[in-house]
Every structure is written in C-alpha cells, then in structure tokens.
Design a protein around this ligand. Structure first.
Ligand code: HEM
Length: 405
C-alpha cells in the first residue's frame, strides 16, 4: 500500500489541538484524498466555503449504507446494520423524521428548560464542592464530577427518565469514551433496554416529556412503530453527550490558558457568555469527525472532480480555522464578530445539529455558573499529563484534575 496520502483520522501531535496538517492542507491542498483504516480512500474537504457547499448538496448522502460512505474505524460496520435514524438518511425521509423533534429543540422549548438546566448545574456543582471538601481539598476530576454529569442529567430530564434511575444510568453513559468498544456496546444495550421499558410505560400512561410526546404524536397515530420510538429516544439520549462533555472540558482548559480573557469573562459573564461559547466552539470544534457523506453522483468540490460512490469527509475542525473565513484563526479571541450560522462545529445544511440552541444555552449556563461559584478554579496537573481521547474520537480530555479554591 502506498503511503503517499495522509491517513484519516489525522493523528494529533498535540492531543488538545487540531492536527497540524489541517493548516497545511488549507494552504496547499484543501480538497485532498486520504487513506482510511481499512486501506480505502476518501476525500477530505478543509475549506470553510467548500464544506458549506458539500454539506448543502443533495448529491451527497448521509446514509451509512450508501456505497463509499467513509467509516473511520472497524466498529463502523456495526452502525451500518442498525435501524438508521434521520441523522443517517436522506430527503424526504430525513425531514419527515427530523420534524417530529423540531418543537422539542426550538427556542421556546429550550428557553422553558433554562430553570431545569440551571438546577442541574447547581446541584452537580454543590455535589462536587462537597466531595472536594470532604476529601481534604485533594484535586478533583472536573470531567467525572461536572463535564460528564451535567449534559447526561439534562438530557435524562428532557426525556423524562425518573430521578431514581438517573444516577445508575449515568454510570453507564460514562463508558462513552476511553473504555473498550465491548464495554461501550454492553452499556448501550442496557440503556436501549431501559428506554424500551420507558416507552412501554409511557404508552400506558403518557406524561409531559419527550418520550411521551413521541408516543402521543407519532406512535398513537401510526407514524412510528414502538421500535422507532425507542430508536429516536435513544438517539436523543446519546447524540450529543460526548460532544458536550468534550466541549466543557476543552472550554475550561482553553479559558484557564487565557487568563486575561478569563478575567474579562468572569467580570461580565452574563453579556459575554454567548460569544465566549461561540469562540470556544470555533477554536476547539469538539465534533471534528461527524460530518461524513458519500457521493450519489459525480460532483465537483473545491475544483476537484469526485466520482459517484466516493467517501467525503468534511473537516469542520479545519473549516473553523480557515484563515479566509477567520483572520488569525489560531488565536483564541472572545471578541470576534462571527455570525452564528458560520460556525461549523454544529455542521451545516439540512443535517446541522438539531440541538444547537440547547447546547449553546447549556454551555453558557455551565461556564458562567462554574466560574461564578469557583472563581479560583485551577488545573492541578500539567496539560501533557492528561489522558485524552484517541484520534478516532472527537477531541477532549478524559480527566481534568482541578483545585477549587
Ligand atoms: C456541543 C454539543 C454538540 C455539538 C458540537 C454537536 C455537533 C453536531 C454536528 C457536527 C452535527 C452534524 C452531523 C452531520 O453533518 O452529519 C450534529 C447533528 C445532530 N446533533 Fe448535535 N452536537 C452537539 C450536541 C447535541 C445534543 C445535545 C443533541 C441531542 C440532544 C444533538 C443531536 C443532534 C442530532 C439529532 C443531529 C442530526 C441532525 C440531522 O441529521 O438532521 N447534538 N451535531
């Protein structure tokens, strides 16, 4: 096998920074072929404008079963066998299914959830502080105690999972990263079974939660089968947790690494929160591997002809640092003027993240509350000593020991 072209995922020389090769590709070869784990090839798109065009092009399929769809590790074959959700189907079925969840994630629905999100963040923060004090103020892991439980508990509340089950199930969600694929699969099976039981309960007695909404509006009207309700609920449960955990972990590291901007943020956190979150998402793009497609016909992207049945990987992490879009892209700057739609961290086009607003609000509440309660938060170890996700997963720390005062 020739090694003339880069492998994808591109190894990260620094585990918490995008691969250095991204900048070189953006300069010299923005649409380029890469080699995948199984020896096959795919096209990697790095320029912001080309990524937007590609992700908006109906000639590109999000269906994992489409010929050429680029898998990035051996586990991907299993995903092809699962019942696809709208994440991995094309129009018109994509829009039909996605719209079933639209009003659960729109602005009014998310704004209504703000008190619930604040309550979860406050509770988790209080528990962390208590544990820290009880342990004689030894460094405490911010991922385990904050970045992971906050998004998990919020999504459990949204789905309507009873409080008594939340802690037990959260432990299963913790196997999201860093553990063996077998352990993750077993945990997923357990969660799936649990959701199956919850759907049965809500069929008998609907409540005011997302699972009940799907039961009342879709299952009872014959639009979705019981299994499809389970699959969609499971999607909501798992779709964004790792991205949020990584975004909180990377966000805290980035802010601590820029003390002047951190101080400014602390002083006026209410006003600055939206732009700080946007810049953190741009700078880190902890969702670098999600936007993959297969060509349904011959297309041209970034001046290159890509034949039908080819894999296309939209390197949103590179696009978020394209100097033609963002001057001095490697500089973290909370004062950038950047239109929210231009951020690629949530993808682009019809498959753009449905929970973007929910995620933005959640991150705003998480960062502002954390820094308000713990203004003296500090890292208790060197960045080089942190465990991190492998290149086949989105970028993030697996542990983040901190002191709180
Ligand atoms: C910081 C947090 C998050 C980031 C960075 C993120 C990122 C992304 C990206 C890049 C995509 C596009 C994938 C593609 O192009 O194929 C996407 C789609 C999606 N995300 Fe998120 N996500 C986040 C949180 C969430 C959460 C919390 C949920 C669920 C509650 C969620 C649900 C979805 C769904 C359902 C889609 C598929 C939309 C479609 O195919 O129409 N995401 N997300």
């Amino acid at each position: 096998m020739t090694s003339d072209i880069p492998t994808f995922p591109i190894p990260r020389a620094h585990p918490f920074q995008p691969p250095e090769l991204n900048a070189k590709l953006l300069r010299e070869n923005p649409t380029t072929e890469v080699r995948l784990f199984d020896g096959s090839k795919a096209w990697l798109i790095t320029k912001h404008k080309d990524i937007c065009e590609a992700l908006d092009d109906p000639a590109l399929s999000a269906d994992r079963r489409a010929p050429g769809y680029p898998e990035i590790h051996a586990g991907g074959a299993k995903a092809k066998e699962a019942i696809p959700t709208f994440v991995n189907i094309d129009e018109p079925d994509h829009s039909r299914q996605r719209s079933m969840l639209d009003d659960a994630f729109d602005r009014p629905a998310v704004d209504k959830m703000r008190p619930m999100m604040q309550a979860v963040v406050d509770k988790v923060l209080n528990q962390m502080v208590r544990k820290y004090n009880d342990n004689g103020k030894q460094p405490i892991d911010l991922i385990e105690e904050f970045a992971s439980p906050v998004p998990t508990q919020i999504i459990y509340n949204l789905l309507g999972i009873p409080q008594k089950d939340v802690e037990r199930l959260s432990k299963d969600s913790d196997v999201r990263t860093g553990t063996s694929r077998d352990a993750a699969e077993r945990a997923n099976e357990k969660l799936n079974e649990y959701i199956g039981g919850l759907v049965e309960e809500r069929v008998k007695e609907p409540k005011d939660d997302l699972v009940s909404k799907l039961v009342k509006e879709q299952y009872n009207k014959g639009n979705l089968s019981r299994d499809e309700v389970v699959t969609l609920s499971f999607l909501v449960l798992t779709a964004g947790n790792a991205a949020l955990t990584n975004s909180i972990g990377m966000g805290v590291m980035t802010l601590l690494d820029h003390p002047d901007q951190l101080d400014e943020f602390k002083e006026d956190s209410h006003t600055l929160a939206p732009q700080v979150v946007n810049e953190l998402l741009r700078f880190n793009t902890a969702s670098a591997l999600n936007s993959r497609r297969a060509t349904k016909e011959d297309v041209e992207i970034g001046g290159k002809r890509i034949t039908k049945g080819s894999g296309v990987i939209c390197a949103v992490q590179a696009g978020d640092r394209d100097p033609d879009k963002t001057p001095h892209p490697d500089k973290f700057d909370i004062h950038r003027k950047y239109a929210k739609e231009d951020l690629l961290a949530f993808g682009y086009g019809p498959h753009r993240c449905q929970a973007e607003y929910l995620s933005r609000v959640q991150l705003e509440i998480a960062f502002t509350s954390l820094l308000k309660k713990l203004p003296n938060l500090k890292m208790a170890t060197r960045v080089e000593d942190l465990e991190h996700t492998p290149a086949t997963q989105n970028m993030g720390p697996l542990n983040l020991p901190v002191t709180l005062d």
